[in-house]
Each structure stands twice: as C-alpha cells, then as structure tokens.
Design a protein around this ligand. Sequence first.
Ligand code: NAG
Ligand code: NAG
Ligand code: NAG
Ligand code: NAG
Ligand code: NAG
Ligand code: NAG
Ligand code: NAG
Ligand code: NAG
Length: 538
Amino acid sequence: MATQAMLLLLIFLAQVSFTHGALSDATFKCSSTSIDKPQLSTADILSLEASPVYNYTAFSLGPGTNEGGSYTINFCNVTMSYTHVGWNDTITTQVWLPLTDWNGKFQALGGGGYSSGFGSTYLTYAVANGFATVSTDGGHATGTSTIPTDLTWALASKGNIDWVLLEDYASKATVEMAPIGKQIIESYFDQAANYSYFNGCSGGGRQGLMLAQRYPEAFDGILAISPAINLERFIPAGFWASQVMNQIKSYPHPCEIEAFTKAAIKICDHLDGVKDNIISFPKLCTVNAHAFVGEPYTCNGTERRLSALGAKVVQAAWTGPPGRYGWYGLSKDASLTSYYITTECSSNGTCYASDSDLLDSWITYLVTKEPQFSSKNMTDSTFFDALHYSSVEYASMLGTRDADLSNFKAAGGKMITWHGLADEVIPPEGTTSYYEEVLEQDPRAKDYFRYFEAPGVGHCYGGVGPIPNDAFSQLMQWVEDGIPPDTLEATNGEGGWERPLCPYPSQQQYTGGDPSNASSFSCSEDHQRTMVPLLGDL
Ligand SMILES: *[C@@H]1O[C@H](CO)[C@@H](O)[C@H](O)[C@H]1NC(C)=O
Ligand SMILES: *[C@@H]1O[C@H](CO)[C@@H](O)[C@H](O)[C@H]1NC(C)=O
Ligand SMILES: *[C@@H]1O[C@H](CO)[C@@H](O)[C@H](O)[C@H]1NC(C)=O
Ligand SMILES: *[C@@H]1O[C@H](CO)[C@@H](O)[C@H](O)[C@H]1NC(C)=O
Ligand SMILES: *[C@@H]1O[C@H](CO)[C@@H](O)[C@H](O)[C@H]1NC(C)=O
Ligand SMILES: *[C@@H]1O[C@H](CO)[C@@H](O)[C@H](O)[C@H]1NC(C)=O
Ligand SMILES: *[C@@H]1O[C@H](CO)[C@@H](O)[C@H](O)[C@H]1NC(C)=O
Ligand SMILES: *[C@@H]1O[C@H](CO)[C@@H](O)[C@H](O)[C@H]1NC(C)=O
C-alpha cells in the first residue's frame, strides 16, 4: 500500500515538475536575446522586445463571429518594429505566442475600417485557442472604435497623400505579417508551424483577398469575410444618399428611415418562402421607396406619414449612385441609419445630417485632401467627380479585385468568403461580382475558393440571420483534412435559428416544414425558376 501511494506521489510530483518545467522553459525562451530577429529583405528591424505575460484578460472574439467573451491567457508577447529602407515609416507587429499548449498552427489576423489590425481584440481569443498569432498596425495608430474611421494619417500635408502609409495599409504591412510571424514562431518553438492561416473581416476580408491575389504562397487557408474590396468605389458611392439629402435639404428622422426599411421587409419577406424578416433573394425585391409614401408610421409615440422626400433619400441608399463610376446600394433589409443615412433630431423635431465619419473621411482625406473640407457642401457635379477620381486614383492600390487566383490554386491554398446580405456598410454585390469574375477565369474555382451568402446578416455579424461562427473551423477542416465546406453552418443570429449557408451560385432555399429547423432549407442553383412560394411562418 505504502509503495503504491509513494509511486502515485512520485508520478504526481513528476507531472507537476514537468508542467512547471515546460512553462519555465517557455518563459525562459521568451526574451529578445533568445528569439532570432526575422530576416526581411526590404526592411530594417528597429526593435524586437519579448517578455512573458501571465493571466492577461481581455474581451476577444474571432473575426466575423458574435460569440466573443472574456479570455485569460499566458503568452509570450513579441513586439517588433521595422522600417522600409528609404521610406522612413515605422510598422509595429505584435506576435503573441501561447506559453503552453500551442496547437502547432499560425493565425494572422486582419483589421477593419482604416486600421490594419485590431491587436488584442482578435489575438486574445486566437491565443486562447492555442494559436501562435500576429497583428500589424500598418504603420499608423489604430483607433479604438469597431470600425476605425480616422484617415488623417493618409495625408502627408494638405493636398499630398502619404503614399508610403497608404501602401503599407493597402498591402505591404499585411503581406509582411507572414514572414515575420513564421520566423518568430520557428525561432521560439524550434519548429515551423504546421499550418498557416489568415483570418479577417471587412478591411480584414480585403487583406485576406489581397494575400490570395498577391502573396499566394503565404497561407494555407484564408478566411476573408465581408471583404472591403472595391474600397475606392463603395466608400464614396455610399455617400450618395447623404448627397441627395444635402441637396434637397430635407433630413428624415431616423424613425422614418427605419419605417421605410420595415415597409420593404413587409412586402419582400415572403418572396423567399419564409416570413422571418429576412430578404434572402434581394433581386426579387424590386419595390421602390416611393411606393410607400403616405403610409403611416409611429415615431416616439406620434403617428406620421412616410414622405416623398424621405423616399428619395432612402431610394438613393438602395440603388447607389448612377453612372459609370456608380456602385451598388444596400439591400432593403440592411440598416440604413448606421452609415448611409445618418441624421439626428433635436427635441423640437428639427433634424439635420450628422457626420458619417467612415464615408466623410474618405472624401475629405483621399479625394479633396483638404482637412477642412465639408462633404456637406458638395454639388452633385463635385460628388460625381469625386467618384471618378477615387476610382481611377486608388483602384490598383486598394481595389483588391484581381480575379486570377491561379497562383493561389497552384500553391494549394484554400479560401472561404462569406458576406451578409443585410450588410449595412459594404454592398454584398461587390463580392458577388468579384466571385463571378473568379469563376469566369476558372470555372473550377470552387475547388479552392468558396463564397457563401449569409441572408439577414449585417456587417461581419449582427442582424436576424444566422451567423457562420464555425467558418474558421470549417476552413481548417478543408485545409487539414481535405473536407471542403458544402455549406457553412450558421447559428446564433438575433432570430436564433440554425440554417445552412450555400456556396455561390447556389442559394439558400426554403423547402417546406418548420422554418426554425435547419433541415427545412437546402441549397438550390435555380430558385428563381423553380421556386414555389411555400410560406413558413415564424
Ligand atoms: C494567474 O492566475 C492564477 C489563478 O488565479 C494564479 O494561481 C496564478 O498565481 C496567477 N499567475 C501569475 C503569474 O500571476
Ligand atoms: C507587449 O509588449 C509591448 C512592448 O514591450 C508593450 O507595449 C505591450 O503593452 C505588451 N502587451 C501586453 C498585453 O502586455
Ligand atoms: C522620419 O520620420 C521622423 C518621424 O516619424 C521625422 O522626424 C524625420 O524627419 C523623418 N526623416 C526623413 C528623412 O523624412
Ligand atoms: C506538427 O506536425 C508534426 C507532424 O505531423 C507533429 O509531429 C507535431 O506534433 C505537430 N506540431 C504540433 C505543435 O502540433
Ligand atoms: C421623443 O419625445 C420626447 C418627449 O416628447 C422628447 O424629449 C425626445 O427628444 C423625442 N425623441 C426623439 C428622437 O424625437
Ligand atoms: C430647433 O432646435 C434647434 C437647435 O436645437 C434650432 O437650431 C432650431 O431653430 C429649432 N427649430 C425650431 C423650429 O424651433
Ligand atoms: C460650406 O458652405 C457654407 C455655405 O455656403 C459656407 O458658409 C461654408 O464655409 C462652407 N464650408 C466649407 C468647409 O467649405
Ligand atoms: C428537424 O427536422 C428533422 C427532419 O425532419 C427532424 O428529424 C428533427 O427532429 C427536427 N429537429 C427539431 C429540433 O425539430
């Protein structure tokens, strides 16, 4: 008995000292002297700091998910600053390495808005899941809002773009996360990562596509969600509704704008066969906002009627600006009051246009390059000139629209993109039209790149539609086990349902039965021809 107890104690002690040993070994290696400085052919390393961080706690989540929470991690915090020779920029990358239980994988994380990376917001969750991770600041300070809107850094001086910082933001700093992350991982763990991934939404989705297009060998798998491709087109075009509003000098109350959205959903909801406040087939919803003029709505307890001027503004957001440099509008179940029609009202009922910083900043800093410029003062002709200028000036740098992914295919990469059809910032048609171009170049593109529409989902997450929170796991399954995602499993939207998202060009189709059951939906390639309205009520 005594021997057995002693043996157990010995095993216990051995385990304790092993665990302790592993942690202190990991801690010991986490210093600027033990980690080799990465070799970068075009950059000089300015500094590399490394120190262990214990019990770091932060709110964190994966890009394009709504299952965030508070996580506590122990990690080796490597911070590296470098400059491109002759460019006089300073880029800081954060590489966070788990002190224990590394899963052998590398995950680079993107940013959003006018930021190249969100640091802790994405890194903490990825480290908690065992990944070695990296995030870059792109050479300019990051704002703290969900969608950073500051663009002051893009102007070197009045009238002069800071092309270096813009190029760092457009692609260079993103691309460099791969060699930096990989080399630091190899030095710290004495072993290369088994798999490398990039994960990002919005601006981060654009970074993902940029990598597939221009740096096809860097990552085995890329999750590029709600990508901000065609940035130079959709951002200034998104200002069209505000432009119309400023011209007619009529500023609808947010209640009225929301009432137009509700009216459109009421008319179009059933066209996909299920009444669930989701417009799954936006093309079938052809109603014009003017059709709703005169309908009653209640605002703050007072009944009012939808106005013709309100309809004009709302319709502008739905169609987007016309003309050669125009762009798509938002879907009719997308929120218009978040970015495209931003008004505020004082207590006496007078409404005025409030700033839409994301859109205003682009026009101010990248088009007029005049920090004092007020976008509220544009004539229509100035506005259309701005669309034209933005398109020709920035397409090659920021558009991220190269449809030739043959090198990515040859490198064996796999990529998943999904885009919410109720996106309130980036019209999903831009992504759809890009994917169609990819298919035109390579009809078998779905062997390595699949695009999924997410009905009823807003920008990155949000909205009534279910969200594919497991898309990153499904990407890993594709890369590591060769199992491609036939559908993306989506859950946890405000509606609470589970539904399959379908690989484009197929679309999610209600097939009858209980609409809250995922098995009542399937993927159909030709719904518009075969669809029989089978009304399911929720
Ligand atoms: C981390 O937290 C745990 C649990 O609260 C605690 O036991 C441990 O001492 C902490 N470690 C450090 C280094 O603060
Ligand atoms: C990581 O290290 C950098 C540079 O030493 C420091 O500025 C930063 O605060 C550290 N991060 C955390 C989470 O401790
Ligand atoms: C480099 O940048 C620093 C600050 O970022 C500035 O003080 C310095 O003048 C710049 N040097 C050149 C050669 O532009
Ligand atoms: C990476 O893959 C190799 C070969 O399959 C395996 O031996 C190793 O344990 C993996 N590394 C990690 C950290 O999981
Ligand atoms: C709603 O009504 C209250 C009281 O009449 C007023 O104080 C408030 O400003 C109104 N809100 C809006 C958004 O109009
Ligand atoms: C309503 O209030 C705003 C400021 O809050 C003021 O500028 C405007 O003149 C007022 N309008 C009326 C009709 O009283
Ligand atoms: C905008 O137009 C108004 C009225 O014409 C003028 O007073 C104001 O100075 C202009 N603002 C800018 C920033 O151009
Ligand atoms: C969903 O439908 C399937 C097939 O009709 C059925 O087997 C399953 O029990 C249903 N699930 C729920 C939660 O109702």
